[in-house]
Ligand binder design. Structure first.
Ligand code: ATP
Ligand code: MN
Ligand code: MN
Length: 371
């Protein structure tokens, strides 16, 4: 039952880290439209408007009620003139003409198609589009194009990895990784993170943090886990990045920059028999297995809390945590550390709660971070 009496909107913060956002979205019709507009601007390399629409969507996602007239949105933060127009269009006509136009635009459709391949970002998609390529078969038949290893496996496993991963499948992968980690280091720490930690029912991949209580052993642990998965014959793809972590460096200003811990981006083979209730689709059932994207990150244990907070997402929640730290507290936060610019010192943390406390923020549970 969706409540129709709006709660006082003056209490909605401009920062996602001061809002509680569950997976229940009462304004999907508006936020879907904003996400199309954000993506379209992203594909045109317009970061400003892209972020503005992402922020607008995020504010509406946090509301426990559905927007039913334009007046209530006037007190909400992050809704600019353009966003208001889109809301007005949707309220009046049930959809936005501007969004419909983007969705039917050929360039948008093709760039979306190309970037849906694992390893293909907006730059590559744009390059292929400008060469006149319009389909996967165009790309694969084009003589001048050399796909890197990631893109090759992206095409090879396209059907499987573009299909959502279920909770049961994430659970089954957790068991496989847990068994591998435990065989190497019995006291290892394994934590499910990303969207599944936020309570989502489906994801595009499964994210885990692996570490050990003994500082410095974590990097060897990750390479051993990879070796073991390879021996088991379930490693379909692996991109491993060794740690470049330097604890004397200040937290990064740039959000999109990856962290420096040892990590790997994998595609694993998941057997039907390993999943409670079996695999989802008829085709996979016949074959008896499916390919799944898995990310593992391995921080030193004293950075565990920062990594957990940083990898639990959502991306919008993470962006706003850092923006809040910088703008409201003169602090720098990333996946490695928290630094107080006034005191000129690093602030240690063993739990996520410690980090929220350092920032003077109320604790937000992982399932309330679906901003
Ligand atoms: P989905 O269900 O679609 O997977 P998700 O929230 O789990 O949603 P991911 O792309 O898996 O999305 O990212 C999970 C979290 O990890 C995000 O908060 C993101 O900021 C962070 N993250 C992802 N990749 C990296 C990376 N290479 N380095 C640092 N952080 C990353
Ligand atoms: Mn994920
Ligand atoms: Mn991921």
């Amino acid at each position: 039952q969706v409540s129709t009496t709006p709660t006082p909107v003056s209490t909605v913060s401009q920062y996602a880290c001061q809002r509680r956002t569950t997976t229940k979205n009462n304004n999907k019709i508006f936020t879907d439209a904003f996400e199309v507009l954000a993506e379209s601007h992203e594909l045109n390399d317009m970061e400003g408007p892209c972020l503005a629409f992402r922020r607008a969507a995020s504010v509406l996602k946090s509301l426990p009620w559905t927007v039913q007239n334009l007046r209530v949105t006037e007190d909400l933060p992050c809704l600019g003139e353009h966003s208001m127009c889109v809301i007005e269009e949707i309220l009046q006509h049930g959809h936005s003409f501007e969004v419909e136009k983007i969705l039917s635009d050929e360039r948008y459709q093709i760039l979306k198609l190309f970037t849906s391949v694992f390893g293909v970002g907006p730059k590559t998609a744009e390059k292929w589009y400008r060469r006149g390529l319009r389909s996967f078969s165009d790309v694969l038949a084009e003589p001048g194009i050399r796909l890197n290893r990631m893109q090759q496996s992206g095409f090879l496993h396209y059907g499987d990895i573009s299909r959502a991963v279920s909770k049961a499948e994430a659970q089954a992968l957790g068991n496989i990784i847990d068994e591998a980690v435990r065989a190497i280091t019995p006291d290892a720490i394994l934590t499910l993170t990303g969207g599944f930690r936020r309570g989502k029912d489906f994801g595009h991949d499964v994210d885990f943090i692996v570490t050990t209580p003994q500082l410095g052993k974590e990097e060897r642990l990750l390479t051993s886990v990879i070796d073991r998965l390879k021996q088991q014959g379930i490693l379909l793809y692996c991109e491993y990045q060794a740690s470049t972590f330097d604890e004397s460096k200040l937290p990064s200003h740039r959000f999109e920059a990856m962290d420096h811990f040892a990590k790997c981006f994998l595609i694993l083979r998941l057997e039907d028999s390993q999943v409670e209730g079996g695999l989802q689709t008829a085709e996979e059932d016949r074959r008896g297995w499916r390919a799944v994207r898995v990310d593992l990150v391995s921080p030193p244990v004293d950075r565990y809390a920062f990594t957990l907070l940083g990898w639990s997402g959502s991306r919008q929640f993470e962006r706003d945590l850092r923006r809040f730290a910088r703008m409201e507290r003169r602090m720098l936060l990333d996946n490695h550390a928290l630094y107080d610019k006034t005191k000129k010192e690093f602030l240690a943390a063993t739990t996520e709660k410690d980090i929220f406390a350092h920032l003077g923020l109320e604790y937000i549970e992982p399932w309330q971070r679906n901003a």
